[in-house]
Design a protein around this ligand. Structure first.
Ligand SMILES: *Cc1c(COP(=O)(O)O)cnc(C)c1O
Length: 364
């Protein structure tokens, strides 16, 4: 089976991890500091704070933006559950805006409707889904008009660009994940970016038990620190990220060309001025056809996945909170139609050829 994801581990990762092991500095230290500096520089943000994972990065980002109990935070329901769970961690209320069916990302139009209706929205979490940046001009215009804190969930968008500017450099704070299957990984890991020196200082307290100086704890904090061991993997991975993005883009282009004439598949839309980094290559098939299509792929040795088959507010825990079906019709439709195909940089030419051949051989 050609896997949907495959973490690349080469000599660079092994050498740096061995260095850390030999140094006996396994927890915090200079590898974390180097990784933070490198990732901030790469992403075009002033400050980076490494965390245990993307979920804790999101939690820290919300706290940095001052999100408190009872606040409203708007987000997309077509994402991984951690996006909206992090809002609940703060005691705040997730409010959902629908997606743009073309890009799968939050729709600025739907976001404005929600902002008009809900007074006092404290923050908005946008998600650059599958590696495609959101409609940033429109969203930044809304930020100016409605004065909310903007958080980017860039957990799938390392290196993605909008008009030449990188994901993670637009908002008051941004969260990235380095989970094993992301475009770059540290096993488990995450990072928060910000351009605000005060937010950076506060984030360092949040992720380190609230510590201010040596043994004073002035805010409620957590232990969300990344380890030197994980950071060592991240330093090596970041050095290869651009090469991997090019390979993902090449694979995606090859699929686009091959699937152009197929009427049962809708290929991903990439707006002008956007650099999609293809964390996922996600197509749409008719809702009633998806099971059959995916079974056919798997029977023929092609791994595939659904991201995501349920909108967040229809997950059992959220149902209990009172959210109703029908809230975001475009997201609910996408959840029935989306299928992701392998696009990762470890695919060989014969892998992508096989995937194309299998899909072209599909009979409705
Ligand atoms: C992976 C992911 C997260 C969570 O990251 P973890 O490192 O797994 O905690 C959050 N949001 C999105 C969109 C993700 O893809």
């Amino acid at each position: 089976m050609i896997p949907i994801a495959y973490p690349v581990i080469e000599k660079e990762e092994k050498l740096l991890v061995e260095e850390v092991l030999n140094s006996r500095m396994l927890a915090s230290g200079k590898y974390v500091e180097t990784f933070e500096r490198d990732f901030a520089k790469y992403s075009g943000a002033k400050f980076a704070i490494a965390t245990t994972n993307g979920t804790t990065a999101l939690h820290a980002a919300l706290l940095m933006c001052g999100v408190k109990r009872g606040d409203k935070v708007v987000t997309t329901p077509f994402s991984f559950i951690a996006t909206s769970n992090s809002i609940l961690f703060c005691g705040a209320k997730p409010v959902f805006a629908d997606i743009d069916p073309q890009t799968f990302n939050i729709s600025a139009e739907s976001l404005e409707k929600v902002l008009k209706k809900e007074k006092n929205v404290k923050a908005v979490i946008i998600v650059h889904l599958y590696g495609l940046t959101c409609d940033m001009d429109a969203i930044l215009k809304l930020k100016k008009k409605y004065k909310f804190k903007l958080i980017e969930d860039a957990c799938q968008a390392h290196g993605a660009q909008y008009k030449g500017k990188k994901a993670g450099s637009f908002g008051d704070a941004a969260a990235f994940s380095f989970y094993a299957t992301k475009n770059m990984m540290t096993g488990e890991g995450g990072i928060v970016l910000t351009n605000d020196a005060k937010a950076d200082k506060y984030a360092r307290q949040i992720i380190n038990h609230g510590r201010d100086g040596h043994s004073t704890f002035t805010v409620l904090g957590y232990n969300y620190r990344l380890t030197n061991l994980a950071a060592a993997i991240g330093i090596a991975q970041l050095g290869k990220l651009e090469k991997w993005i090019l390979k993902r883009t090449e694979n995606a282009q090859k699929y686009n060309n091959a699937f152009k004439e197929l009427d049962f598949i809708k290929t991903p839309f990439v707006p002008e001025n956007s650099r999609h980094v293809f964390h996922q290559y996600t197509v749409r098939v008719k809702a009633g056809e998806r099971n059959k299509f995916m079974n056919y792929l798997k029977e023929n040795g092609v791994g595939c996945g659904i991201y995501y088959d349920t909108v967040l507010y229809r997950q059992p825990y959220y149902k209990k909170l009172g959210y109703k079906a029908g809230l975001c019709p475009q997201a609910e439709k996408a959840a029935k139609e989306a299928v992701s195909l392998p696009v990762h940089p470890s695919l060989s030419d014969s892998d992508t050829d096989k995937i194309i051949k299998v899909i072209k051989g599909y009979k409705k």
